[in-house]
Design a protein around this ligand. Structure first.
Ligand SMILES: Nc1ncnc2c1ncn2[C@@H]1O[C@H](COP(=O)(O)OP(=O)(O)OP(=O)(O)O)[C@@H](O)[C@H]1O
Ligand SMILES: [Mg+2]
Length: 424
């Protein structure tokens, strides 16, 4: 296989979902639970669309990956992108040999170090120090080799003071620091990193990205999953876009990102209720998002400095309903998020019993451009519906408190009202 270090052939992974009894779910769900719930309710809908609430099969098959094939060459930095539930983590877990594939095969040349979701790779009862040695041993390193790397790992992770504390007492940030330090410094041939960078603070994330760049420059191979498309574009030479468990595009990172963003835009143009790419319990669903400037002559084209209003229509009345939405810029970076469950004195009423949730913005601070909106509907904290790219917004140029803001003249996505003075 010459310089091919990873070959994945016709890989598929099936999960069997066993259904819980009605009423057994708690209001606090992990992301994984929420995703699994989404898959369940989606397939229930497919099985019996008109009455999925009363249909409870005990067992159901779900293909998280379907017929995935690709090759990774020595020195490639491959970014895996795709929506929630697309199969990215499942793929990395199979490549890290944590999960067995159902069909297909993988061949890997070299030592693999993985940094997957928080909670994998470390033994909770062991101290940071012991875990460093354990991980090194798993990677096949001698004690002397690990000792040589030890100080570097401790310094990079910035957890020196806690090296003799069991890692179960670590905060999630400390845990990720140490896990990244270990994975990145034990000289793996292949480094697999799943999204965990989102846990650390901005400074640490920068440090991790710098380290990954160094590792890439040394000719090592990196597989990286991230929702941060700007990072994928800057770090990766290849982009693999997974869609519903299959490879949709295997191209350069920037092409993969633009294909991904295009598919999001295409989804946004579909009728919301016809879309099946959603997750959540589904007792109430987002039916429509209306965007307008509000006021006496409402327009659907927003402009910087003007009022904006977002109306979220839902399919039924449900107690304790709330809505969150996040706006993303055209590079896929989150710009701002809004949550109706966090109350302010300015809220007109507590949105509980109604079919519409309305969010009004007095003065839109977004610079001219195109933005995408992800929306989630909750009832008493339980995810009912989550739709990515539920709407696309166009923000036109305009004036912010009298200061003209033209298209293409601003850096960043947000304009902050401000005042200059010349004193002397
Ligand atoms: N242990 C499991 N049992 C059942 N289903 C699972 C399991 N792990 C993952 N799945 C399902 O497989 C699908 C793919 O999940 P995966 O975690 O790989 O997605 P992802 O692309 O990493 O998503 P995200 O962007 O949200 O992290 C999801 O629908 C998920 O619900
Ligand atoms: Mg994942």
């Amino acid at each position: 296989m010459s310089d091919t270090v990873i070959r994945v052939e016709n890989l598929s992974k099936k999960y069997v979902l066993s259904h819980q009894q009605k009423g057994g779910s708690s209001s606090y769900n992990s992301l994984r639970d929420t995703i699994t719930e989404g898959a369940k309710s989606l397939s229930q809908k497919l099985l019996k669309p008109s009455d999925h609430k009363t249909f409870y099969p005990n067992r159901e098959e779900f293909w998280a990956l379907r017929d995935v094939s690709f090759e990774i060459k020595q020195g490639d930095t491959a970014g895996f992108i795709g929506r929630n539930g697309a199969g990215k983590s499942t793929l990395l877990k199979i490549l890290s040999r944590i999960v067995e594939p159902t069909q297909g095969k993988i061949s890997i040349k070299g030592r693999v170090a993985s940094l997957l979701e928080v909670g994998t790779g470390f033994h909770p009862e062991l101290t940071g120090r012991e875990n460093i040695f354990l991980n090194g041993a798993i990677l096949g390193m001698s004690r002397a080799e690990i000792k040589r790397k030890f100080d570097e790992i401790a310094a990079f992770s910035e957890v020196e003071k806690f090296l003799d504390t069991p890692v179960k007492r670590y905060s999630s940030g400390m845990y990720v620091r140490l896990a990244f330090g270990v994975a990145a410094h034990l000289d793996p041939d292949i480094l697999i990193v799943d999204e965990v960078l989102a846990v650390g603070d901005a400074q640490f994330q920068k440090k991790c990205l710098g380290k990954m760049e160094d590792i890439g420059k040394q000719g090592r191979t990196i597989l990286f999953v991230s929702h941060n498309l700007a990072v994928v574009q800057s770090l990766c030479n290849r982009g693999i876009f997974l869609k519903q468990g299959s490879v949709f595009a295997d191209v350069s990172a920037s092409e993969a990102v633009s294909i991904y963003l295009q598919t999001l835009e295409q989804s946004a143009s579909k009728n919301l209720l016809e879309r099946t790419d959603r997750r959540g319990k589904g007792q109430v669903r987002l039916a429509q998002v209306q965007v307008s400037t509000g006021g006496e002559n409402p327009s659907t084209t927003l402009a910087i400095g003007r009022p904006a209003s977002f109306i979220f229509h839902v399919t039924s009345i449900i107690p304790g309903m709330s809505c969150t939405f996040t706006l993303y810029d055209q590079h896929g970076q989150p710009v701002a998020s809004f949550n109706s469950a966090t109350h302010s004195q300015e809220d007109l009423n507590v949105p509980e019993l109604g079919m519409k949730l309305i969010c009004e913005i007095g003065e839109l601070l977004l610079v001219p451009g195109r933005y995408r909106m992800n929306v989630a509907i909750f009832s008493n904290g339980e995810l009912q519906d989550h739709v990515e790219a539920a709407a696309i917004l166009e923000v036109e140029q305009g004036q912010l408190r009298g200061r003209p803001i033209a298209s293409g003249t601003e850096y960043g996505s947000v304009c902050i009202p401000h005042r200059w003075s010349l004193v002397g």
